[in-house]
Design a protein around this ligand. Sequence first.
Ligand SMILES: [Zn+2]
Length: 504
Amino acid sequence: MNLAVVHSRARVGVRAPEVRVEVHLAGGLPAMSIVGLPEAAVREAKDRVRAAIQCAQLEFPARRITINLAPADLPKDGGRFDLAIALGILAASGQLPTEALEDWEFLGELALTGEIRAVDGVLAAALAAGDCGRRLLVAPANGAEAALASQVEVRTARTLLEVCAALEARKELPIVRPTLQQVTAGPDLADVRGQMLARRALEIAAAGGHHLLLVGPPGSGKTLLASRLAGILPEPGDSEALETASIASASRQGLDLTRWRQRPFRAPHHTASAVALVGGGADPRPGEISLAHHGVLFLDELPEWSRHALEVLREPLESGSVSIARAARQCEFPARFQLVAAMNPCPCGWAGDPSGRCLCNDEQIRRYRARISGPLLERIDLHVEVPRLPPMQLRTDGPSGEPSAAVRVRVLAARARQQARSAATNARLDQSQTNAFCRLTARDSALLERAVDALQLSARSLHRILRVARTIADLAGSEVIDTPHLTEAIGYRKLERGRERAAA
Ligand SMILES: [Zn+2]
């Protein structure tokens, strides 16, 4: 037998396409060539695989070895195929039974000593291996992450020798059972004192999936509020949790297993680059907006963000995903996040504060707010002011706020109504659904038109007001949108008043 085929997987963005490692031995001068890998990666893989085989006291065949990684057009970052290549060489040279390899997939970098090292993006690979009905072998450090994919048998091995022993049925490798992580509760709304208006807006945002903008002076608790949104959202389902975890697994930071089944809360700094925010790079990695998939993206100091960074947010805010084109390659990352943005009311931060310490004039305030483009502001459904509280209300021995668990009960009830009606959150109703499900009485329609005129709002904003009104009615358990629901919804768009809108 001079030929062996071993299954492995590449990492492309958050996907894990299959790679066939084909090894062929022929007569002639001893040499090893690898087809289908970039030059530098080939050199390194050759050295590691040869050393690992020799260190394991196995025979490195003195023949002409050709290794083909198919398909050829996949990006293949170096180390993850080492183990598959080494096993292919051993099988092709008769040192391993080739048929033992058939129902396995292998993923791991080899150290020169033959030790198997962890690689990234293992969760996506495990999910895909399960779909193909194969077992997966990874390094011990990758075991727990791979086992999150419950449809696949995951085993781990520490060294190349251990894998050989298992394939020859001389040794049993440990199966990794999914460890049920205790879901740790995030920060609680009970810590937020006062701020009834902002708490109300947060609850509406959670109930309908709406984006939210908090406007208030420094220290008013905007970050405190934003970080509590994830905790009042419904628990993610299995597929949502796996999607979120797969993205983290493909990121540079990797997956943090202690955050499994928690909705993500991402709060990048305003100096973050557009690539850090939306993803990219030569080997495209997910950015903050994808790491916030099914969770919350918090952008503090919104006017301080570069215009470019905010502009690239617009596409994912609409579509729930972002596509990144790099040379010949296109990557699509999911990015269905809920945006919570925060800003000061004026450059100094104190406009409207009873202390009167703000000295900004109207023009300065107008220019400051105009840094956020109209089209972006338009896509944020709820604008709410978060005033600084008098010290009396902030006393830690005073009454605490309503806890997250109680708020979440109302959120879940409102979401159940939406599911039954349209199988989606209100924020994601399209225009025809909005017309069908957000009907107003003739009197309320006239009221809304007057408000749209007075606030100089666009048609897009008008539809967004209707969807927020629908959510407010759902929270009230009402099948019809009543006047108070509508007026409250209109009240959340005040920041748009009098803005001249740039073309979308
Ligand atoms: Zn000011």
